[in-house]
Write a protein that binds this ligand. Structure first.
Ligand SMILES: Cc1cc2nc3c(=O)[nH]c(=O)nc-3n(C[C@H](O)[C@H](O)[C@H](O)COP(=O)(O)O)c2cc1C
Length: 175
């Protein structure tokens, strides 16, 4: 497959993986992922993000026990919390943080790891407490990482023709 084909394949085959093998992930693999994540785009290149690597089983269990949605963290090999600084990028910190989170998901997939984005915004006070995050910083996501123990089928997507407008909102694609 061409490099271009491989890149597109990577984008189209990523799935949210929520079941992981017990095998640990080594620190170098996580650092490699984060070394890629720092290349995500950000408004004015402000890079208003920091990363917390979580490998401690008790911490993963505490985060995973917050809600049904956070449960994949309980059996994850490791996790990365993406923390953003609203004072550095007041308008764009959320989208900047989303960009780097997406890079983490794609880099993990490229390395054969499974990953799922856990919505930290919904449990930010609890997550701040568990991870000792200062009150002026926002945990935007926690990415659960691990060697995949499931191969999820693709989740349905809306049809392209229902999403696209031509030139102005409301003029739909005809095909
Ligand atoms: C902003 C955001 C928040 C998400 N929060 C959670 C979550 O808290 N728990 C979870 O299991 N999955 C979470 N997901 C994963 C979505 O459920 C998943 O991306 C979606 O169902 C599509 O499936 P796919 O990633 O396999 O294509 C989140 C994804 C995004 C982008």
């Amino acid at each position: 497959m061409s490099t271009l084909g491989k890149c597109i394949d990577l984008l189209l085959t990523r799935r949210s993986v929520r079941k992981f093998k017990k095998e640990p992930i080594d620190m170098n693999t996580i650092l490699r992922i984060l070394d890629i994540a720092r290349w995500a785009p950000s408004a004015k290149n402000l890079q208003p993000w920091e990363f917390i690597i979580i490998m401690d089983r008790n911490t993963l269990r505490d985060l995973g026990s917050l809600a049904f949605a956070t449960r994949p963290l309980i059996n994850a090999g490791a996790a990365v919390a993406v923390v953003v600084d609203p004072s550095l990028a007041p308008i764009t910190y959320l989208v900047d943080g989303a960009c780097t989170t997406m890079y983490i998901l794609l880099a993990a997939h490229a390395l054969g790891l499974g990953a799922v984005w856990i919505n930290a915004l919904r449990y930010q006070d609890e997550i701040r407490k568990i991870l000792n995050i200062p009150s002026d910083k926002v945990p935007i996501s926690v990415v659960a990482l691990g060697w995949p123990a499931e191969t999820p089928s693709p989740k349905p997507r809306k049809k392209l023709k229902d999403l696209v407008h031509i030139e102005k909102y409301g003029k739909k694609l005809k095909y």
